[in-house]
Design a protein around this ligand. Structure first.
Ligand code: MSP
Length: 538
């Protein structure tokens, strides 16, 4: 929802971020998962009437990108430009991601401020020069502890492997600059203690607390054996470690060092959404960097699980060729946005399966929800000439629907908006859809319609009003998840004329009964969730 004038002036925005993605390749289902979650969360908060800022972007420096560009015979900048313009931005548009900004770490608005930040830390004595010797995984762009590595077998016999990529790590011996991360252990632990909500879910929190309790080592924050990065301002033989560069996007994109007003109205993030693989960077290194600079730390770092394929984290090497577009062309964009959040508990790993998607699509979206919408519109058309009748004979059955709606609204608002339990929140809304279907089955309006007495007409009007008003609420509640079909439903109910734009409807108010006025023009719009074509043979 647009800022509602003066009350929001100067208020801090609800600020949500996705990780900034490496552009060594095109986005896959895993990347889209995080971004859709962020989009749903921010659309929900906009529909609470809050001021919101949703940031995503791309992480373009480091060895991984440099090597990919080299392998493709182009400069790293050319590589990034091409992928951002041809693959990343178009996918977010396709998936209807309503981000407020898109930051690229090669932009000057970022690089200059990263240098200032690091220079400041250096001036404060937080950074010193030393020598790093140890393993490094270019896939993770991460320094590894020898104890975490796996022993290679087969083609990698005798080598040490990264536990995430299952590829040999590289042995680094370089002169580096170090950030005194080790000094921040006690402060971080104190913060975790005081703010139990800082890391979500609980299991992830415990893992981080254990790591920090074991003691932190200082962090190497520069590299000197390649040059695709932001230069260390006082020593240009070094580039800044890609993770330090990347984490700072959350500050530089909202005015750090350039627009103090914007910065104060936005920073720090209320929620950093991350995959569990990169939680440590966000829950340990990032807050320590901010503490060192005297800046406020984020409200919450919410880790989600992995989308799995064949028991492994989905990655570009084991995707079995499924792109987000392959699924959206079959199921549609709205169903795609809905499915992963509905089927997988946020925070847990989950497997994608074509069969499960088809099954849920048909039973929940097409049969329960889509059919309900088209049946109600058809009956208002048939029995009342498309003009929504007035409910004059409310009884117990109608009260049960009103109560069911109030419960669904409260539960969805708490789960989606506060707890990031998307699956639980969506389930609450679909339980209500089921309840309305059950109500129609019991009330049998098609039978009531056969009786032309005044009493029966009043009853029929009441039943159809109740169903249409329920759908009005469903459109409001599902708009964050499925903006296109919710818009179609809103149109079919003729709601805009009396209630205004769908995106301006407050979710927490969705349960207030009687908003859709009698006399609204109800039309049988497009089918919300068409029957699926035969699944592709794989
Ligand atoms: N560039 C870093 C992030 C820097 S943020 C300051 C990075 N990029 S990444 O492209 O490799 O991955 C980013 C995110 O993509 C992961 O944290 C996760 O959110 C998402 N995912 C990548 N693969 C995934 C799955 N298989 N499943 C779910 N999410 C996955 O790390």
């Amino acid at each position: 929802m647009a800022a509602t004038g003066t009350e929001q002036q100067g208020a801090k925005a609800f600020y949500v971020t996705t990780p900034i993605y490496y552009v060594n390749d095109a986005p896959h289902l895993g990347h889209a998962y995080t971004t859709v979650a962020g989009d749903v969360l921010t659309r929900w908060h906009r529909q609470r009437g809050e001021k919101v800022w949703f940031l995503t972007g791309t992480d373009e420096h480091g060895q991984k990108i440099m090597r990919t560009a080299e392998a493709n015979g182009v400069s790293p900048q050319e590589w990034c430009d091409k992928l951002v313009e041809e693959a990343w931005k178009p996918l977010w548009e396709h998936l209807e991601i309503a981000n407020d900004d898109f930051i690229r770490t090669t932009q000057e608005r970022h690089t200059v401020r990263v240098q200032e930040f690091v220079q400041d830390l250096y001036d404060k004595g937080e950074i010193y020069k030393g020598e790093y010797e140890g393993p490094y995984c270019v896939g993770c762009e991460e320094y590894k502890s020898p104890g975490d590595l796996l022993d290679g077998e087969g083609e990698y016999a005798g080598e040490k492997l990264c536990p995430v990529h299952k590829k040999p790590v590289e042995s680094l011996k370089e002169e580096n600059y170090f950030f005194k991360l080790s000094e921040y252990g006690p402060k971080l632990l104190e913060h975790y203690e005081k703010h139990p909500e800082f890391i979500q879910p609980e299991s992830a929190r415990n893992e981080v607390v254990n790591i920090v309790r074991q003691g932190l080592e200082d962090l190497s924050i520069s590299r000197s054996t390649f040059d695709w990065g932001v230069k260390i301002p006082w020593d240009d033989k070094h580039v800044i470690y890609v993770w330090v560069d990347a984490l700072l996007n959350y500050a530089t994109a909202v005015g750090y060092g350039s627009d103090q007003k914007k910065f104060e109205e936005t920073f720090p993030a209320d929620v950093h959404l991350v995959g569990k693989d990169i939680l440590r960077f966000h829950a340990v290194i990032w807050p320590a960097m901010l503490m060192a600079q005297g800046l406020p730390v984020p409200g919450r770092v919410a880790a989600h699980g992995w989308l799995m394929v064949g028991g492994e984290k989905m990655s570009k090497s084991n995707l079995t060729g499924i792109k987000p577009q392959d699924l959206t062309s079959h199921f549609g964009v709205d169903a795609y946005r809905w499915y992963f959040l509905r089927a997988i508990q946020f925070g847990q790993d989950g497997s994608f399966s074509w069969e499960d998607f088809s099954h849920r699509y048909t039973s929940e979206l097409a049969n329960d929800y889509g059919n309900l919408a088209s049946r109600v519109a058809a009956m208002v058309g048939k029995y009342f000439g498309g003009s929504l009748p007035e409910a004059t004979a409310d009884g117990e059955a109608e009260q049960a629907i009103k109560d069911g709606l109030a419960k669904a609204v409260a539960e969805a608002d708490r789960r989606i908006g506060d707890e990031l339990d998307f699956a639980g929140g969506i389930a609450a809304i679909f339980d209500f859809v089921k309840q309305v279907n059950g109500y129609l089955t019991e009330q049998e309006p098609w039978k009531v319609a056969k009786d032309s007495s005044d009493e029966a007409r009043a009853r029929l009007a009441t039943i159809l009003y109740t169903a249409a008003e329920s759908l009005r609420a469903c459109a409001v509640l599902l708009n964050a998840v499925m903006p296109r079909t919710s818009g179609l439903l809103w149109d079919s109910l003729g709601a805009e004329a009396s209630l205004g734009a769908l995106a301006d409807q407050h979710v927490q108010d969705a349960g207030r009964w009687g908003q859709l006025p009698a006399g609204s023009t109800v039309t049988k719009g497009a089918v919300l969730f068409p029957r699926l074509e035969e699944p592709k043979s794989e």
